[in-house]
Design a protein. Structure first.
Length: 167
């Protein structure tokens, strides 16, 4: 197991010094989901939700969240993101529908963008919840996890079930 890098000699929290790390292209893809009932699915897909176009708003929200990750996760560095993309897919889940959210983030820098991708996926799901909660508060968010990451000294990572990922 790697030693924790976010503690100083006194055992107190610190922001890691990345000034000596190489600048490389770094990417991360995170996944989340939200389980909704049929009424919400129909409202979203027919663009009839009272608060507006749920997926458009959630997509912009996820992009904004990726850009502001360093504001809410204390030890994250401010990163100049080069690209953020949020995509959606629907899966039927018995009597409900699952909205699959994929957040892809890219930078050219000296630290990775895993937290930005995870934050984007999470906030996208939270935004869907917020826009649909008047119809049903029983929506279920998650799981949220890192699908893959590339770049950096620790190399590439692929989640075990990620189809199309080279191990």
């Amino acid at each position: 197991m790697n030693e924790f890098t976010h503690f100083n000699e006194q055992g107190r929290a610190k922001m890691v010094d990345i000034s000596d790390k190489d600048t490389t292209i770094r990417t991360a893809v995170a996944r989340s989901s939200i389980l909704v009932n049929n009424d919400i699915y129909q409202g979203i897909t027919s663009h009839k939700m009272k608060k507006g176009d749920v997926l458009a708003v959630a997509q912009v929200s996820g992009i904004m969240a990726a850009k502001k990750t360093w504001d809410i996760i204390p030890m994250c560095h401010p990163i100049s993101l080069k690209g953020v993309d949020i995509s959606f897919a629907w899966e039927q889940a018995e009597d409900n529908w699952k909205l699959i959210i994929k957040a892809e983030v890219k930078t050219k820098g000296s630290t990775g963008v895993e937290m930005e991708a995870l934050t984007a996926a999470s906030v996208t799901a939270l935004t869907v919840y917020d826009m649909c909660k008047a119809v049903d508060k029983g929506m279920i968010i998650g799981p949220t996890y890192l699908l893959k990451k590339t770049g950096g000294k620790n190399g590439d990572y692929c989640y075990q079930d990620n189809v199309g990922c080279k191990k």
